[in-house]
Design a protein around this ligand. Structure first.
Ligand SMILES: [Zn+2]
Length: 381
């Protein structure tokens, strides 16, 4: 392995930032997450971890608890990202596409993208758009649907596309990028949810170093951006006592969203109080009150600032995980992110460190006999 040994870097902040960077640079459209999964698995020693990869491609890394009778908790983050897929190759070599997940069409024209060919290589392309000098005033504010866009590989005919190893069904993502902004802020493609994966990796490292009674089933899940159900398969196998999702939550500290909520970058991990997606799925997550109480108490015990999110329009696969088997006490933990699903999402590494600390404390405070019996939220007794 040529990459630096991030596992041994001296601070949580450095490890999480470095893992997030490496993960953002690996393309992994829903259904094509294998290189991301292999990278994550390679970061961990064999000792102390049980590994399993299921049929959809979820990576399950289990760190058995110090007490086998203590709860088993599935904590998951998705390794896939949204993007597009080749629908048709035109005779003159342009690609026509379909969306995979929530790609914002208004940012696509003029972007750098990559197509993964049949040898797993990243082939650069750009999204064609009418030359500015030829755009009439009435078209300057228009957003074109994805069916009107054409992707340009720099070739002149369909044969050249075939020679590049690209055909109908080839995955497309933003050209991977990552950079550090001022202080602890980072920007990159697919911080949703590679930054969450990095926080989960840090959690694994933490409980390997300082064992806790509860068993951690860390699940790096697939196809969240496609159908939100990849993690269900892992939950059906693991039958956890509780499940917690780590994913983005929409920050509202930009000029356009200030009245939408109260989530701030750097303000700490966010408790998911409500998510709902009414456009077809009719699903969302209302947190299990006992689990929510417990996570809140863990945060207070270590003096961690926690935020809250109640937000419609997005959801995570906890919505489906909570309905598996006989029902699983579930909730979302989020890190605030700006410009979600854009190629330049922004988040704050301190929030990711906070998630790893919060969840390590959550597991540390779950001895044998811990009860998930429903108790009203806010009731600590
Ligand atoms: Zn996500």
């Amino acid at each position: 392995m040529n990459s630096p040994r991030i596992y041994d870097l001296p601070s949580s902040t450095e490890r999480i930032a470095a893992w997030t960077e490496q993960l953002c640079l690996i393309p992994g459209l829903s259904g094509y997450e294998d290189p991301v999964r292999e990278y994550i698995s390679d970061q961990f020693p064999d000792a102390g971890i049980q590994r399993h990869v299921d049929a959809p491609g979820n990576l399950i890394l289990t760190v058995p608890g110090a007490d086998p009778a203590a709860p088993k908790v599935m904590i998951f983050a998705h390794i896939d990202q949204m993007g597009l897929i080749v629908r048709r190759v035109d005779d003159d070599g342009y690609l026509r596409v379909e969306r995979v997940g929530g790609v914002p069409e208004r940012v696509l024209p003029g972007l750098n993208m990559i197509v993964i060919n049949d040898r797993g290589q990243s082939i650069p392309c750009v999204v064609g758009t009418k030359a500015h000098h030829a755009t009439p005033p009435e078209e300057k504010g228009q957003v074109l649907g994805v069916d009107k866009l054409f992707f340009d590989l720099g070739v002149d005919d369909a044969q050249a596309v075939a020679d590049l190893g690209i055909a109908v069904g080839a995955p497309i993502t933003y050209r991977p990028q990552f950079s550090r902004l001022h202080g602890n802020r980072i920007t990159g493609t697919a911080l949703d949810d590679r930054a969450g994966c990095a926080a989960l990796m840090e959690l694994i490292r933490t409980v390997l170093e300082a064992p806790v009674p509860a068993t951690l089933h860390a699940v790096f899940s697939v196809q969240e951006e496609f159908n939100l159900r990849g993690a269900m398969v892992a939950a059906q196998r693991l039958k956890p006592d509780a499940a917690i999702s780590i994913d983005i939550m929409v920050a509202s500290d930009t000029p356009d969203l200030r009245t939408r909520g109260a989530l701030q970058l750097g303000g700490g991990p966010a408790l998911g109080m409500y998510s709902f997606h009414g456009r077809g799925t009719l699903n969302g997550t209302l947190p299990h009150p006992t689990l929510l109480n417990h996570v809140s108490a863990a945060g207070r015990a270590i003096g961690l600032e926690l935020q809250r999110s109640a937000h419609s329009g997005c959801l995570t696969d906890s919505s489906y995980v909570q309905l598996t088997n006989e029902g699983v006490p579930s909730m979302d933990i989020g890190f605030p992110a700006r410009y979600t699903h854009m190629p330049t999402e922004v988040c704050d590494v301190r929030d990711l460190c906070g998630i790893a600390r919060l969840l390590a404390e959550t597991l540390a405070r779950m001895p044998a006999g811990f009860s998930f019996e429903r108790r009203r939220y806010g009731c600590i007794c």
